[in-house]
Design a protein around this ligand. Structure first.
Ligand code: AR6
Length: 186
């Protein structure tokens, strides 16, 4: 399952897959504030990037303390195919009244800004916050895609390709449908 669209000078790709196998220059980790391996996407990234991803995450945690929601930091990709891992913390879903959409957008923007700063041209995101953190995927997909679209339009050529690597067919469909709604807004 794969979908592609042009956004300004960049390519947006939606696909079903496992982010730890992606060969983009950077992959994004949906981390916890302590930057510990945790479970699900984060556990898989730390496992495949072992030991250097975890070692660098521990060092960053020691030097700068816990990450706030919406912040991002970068480590090596260790043994992953991707050269870099950008770790960000998405919001926990509390029903949508605790600033969750703004915090989710902030997390995506922080990753995109960090990639731009480092000259990274291709980046793959998982569906941040829609697993353990409980953010409804239809709502999260809209925030994610709108944030990426705005960033690519506002920073032409900064990134060549942004991918969303969705773990299930249902998530892929949610992102695909959200994109149709957003693209239709012009
Ligand atoms: N590749 C792509 N997507 C995946 C993969 C994979 N290999 N594995 C799972 N997903 P989650 P969150 C999907 O729970 O909600 C962690 O323990 C998954 O199906 O990893 O942001 C951290 O330590 C779901 O759709 O992230 C934090 O404490 C999406 O990725 C907390 O969970 C995100 O699921 C973060 O929770």
């Amino acid at each position: 399952m794969r979908f592609e669209a042009e956004v300004g000078k960049s390519k947006l790709v939606l696909l079903k897959g496992d982010i730890t196998a992606e060969e983009t220059e950077a992959i994004v980790n949906s981390a916890n504030p302590e930057l510990t391996p945790g479970g699900v996407v984060s556990g898989a990234i730390h496992r495949r990037g072992w030991p250097r991803v975890t070692e660098e995450a521990v060092r960053i945690r020691r030097e700068r303390g816990r990450l706030k929601t919406g912040e991002a930091v970068i480590t090596t990709g260790g043994n992953l195919p991707a050269k870099w891992v950008i770790h960000t913390v998405g919001p926990v879903w509390h029903g949508g009244t605790k600033g969750e959409p703004e915090l989710l957008a902030k997390a995506y923007r922080a990753c995109l800004e960090l990639a731009k700063e480092r000259g990274i041209k291709t980046i793959a995101f998982p569906s941040i916050s829609t697993g353990v953190y409980g953010y409804p995927v239809e709502k999260a997909a809209e925030v994610a895609l709108r944030t990426v679209k705005e960033f690519l339009e506002g920073n032409p050529g900064a990134l060549e390709e942004v991918r969303f690597v969705l773990f299930s067919e249902a998530d892929f469909t949610a992102y695909r449908e959200a994109w149709e709604r957003i693209a239709g807004e012009g």
